[in-house]
Design a binder for this molecule. Structure first.
Ligand SMILES: Cc1cc2nc3c(=O)[nH]c(=O)nc-3n(C[C@H](O)[C@H](O)[C@H](O)COP(=O)(O)OP(=O)(O)OC[C@H]3O[C@@H](n4cnc5c(N)ncnc54)[C@H](O)[C@@H]3O)c2cc1C
Length: 277
């Protein structure tokens, strides 16, 4: 049986030390041979240059890379120029998003991810393999479950190739979501996004904003960990078990939210026998 492929997500570091650390993270992960690395994008254009720098650097190391991209408040000409730049660098993947505009940006009309996908296909044909985001526990601004899945169907119908999920810790959330997607005729790959657990406070705060549920059993388990090391060990057990369940369910790939750390992703992949481990 072939191992489930996986990708790893980074955010663009702000400092020189952060950039150097990221190079070491890639050095550590590379022996496991992730399928590709993705690099997040600040929806207001705040990380345009930093995202591009990391993308170009990874591509320069002959690694496959997927820049995240959203319109934010940008016009078509600047998004087209950035896409052309990526194309000229030989980049073949994108993660296309609406993103969340920072609150200071006024009344900018949102450009939904399906509109970005449509734009990329119209301007660049099939050059890019496009992933979009999806939400097994429902996007926080969605009116309801079925509407959210219908909007996902729109993004895929506009030409996206696959969808990467927001992270979740209940296997059942993903299975129910997959069933709803299938009922709405979605037949493209749904790739579970996996968030290793390394810091309880950050995880709880972040989850409240992004619409990911921290189940009671997980919250209690994290709170009961006697040390940072114990929390990490507990978190690795939880996430490894979740991934084992997902592998049994035949998921096509994993996407790890690495938070620019190699240790948790490496150890989980090794325990699962993913990649070259
Ligand atoms: C894999 C992944 C990667 C991410 N990377 C980043 C990143 O790099 N940078 C960042 O800022 N954020 C990132 N996010 C977070 C994401 O940008 C936010 O969740 C954002 O609020 C929604 O983006 P989206 O592309 O899913 O939006 P959309 O798919 O456009 O949906 C946004 C909301 O609007 C609704 N909706 C969709 N289409 C329409 C429509 N046509 N009319 C009315 N309502 C509609 C949906 O139900 C949903 O509630 C990521 C999320 C995931 C899961």
């Amino acid at each position: 049986m072939t191992a489930t492929p996986f990708s790893v997500e980074f955010f663009p570091p702000k400092t020189v030390e952060g950039k150097q650390k990221l190079q070491r993270v890639v050095d550590d992960l590379q022996p496991l041979q992730p399928e590709y690395y993705s690099v997040t994008y600040g929806a207001g254009g705040s990380t345009r240059h930093q995202t591009r720098d990391v993308v170009v650097e990874l591509a320069g190391r002959q690694l496959e890379v997927a820049p995240h991209l959203s319109f934010g408040a940008d016009d078509e000409a600047s998004v087209r120029a950035l896409l052309q730049d990526y194309k000229d660098q030989g980049i073949r993947r994108l993660v296309a998003l609406r993103g969340d505009l920072p609150s200071g940006m006024g009344q900018v009309r949102p450009v939904y991810a399906n509109q970005l996908v449509q734009f990329v296909r119209q301007e660049f044909g099939d050059w890019f393999h496009i992933a979009v985001a999806c939400y097994p526990e429902v996007h926080p601004q969605a009116k309801g479950y079925e509407e959210d899945v219908a909007y996902l169907a729109n993004k895929l119908a506009a030409g996206a190739d696959e969808a990467i999920t927001q992270y979740f810790y209940n296997l059942e959330s993903f299975l129910v979501f997959r069933e709803h997607c299938s009922r709405q005729g979605i037949d493209k790959p749904l790739v579970p996004g996996i968030m290793p657990i390394t810091n309880m406070e950050n995880l709880v705060r972040f989850s409240e904003n992004c619409g990911a549920d921290i189940p009671r059993w997980l919250r209690k388990g994290m709170a009961g960990a006697a040390s940072k090391e114990a929390l990490i060990a507990f978190g690795e057990d939880v996430v490894t078990r979740l991934c084992e369940g997902l592998i049994r369910e035949g998921v096509p790939a994993f996407h790890f939210y690495s938070m620019n750390q190699s240790g948790p992703v490496s150890r989980i992949c090794q325990r699962l026998g993913l990649g070259n481990s």
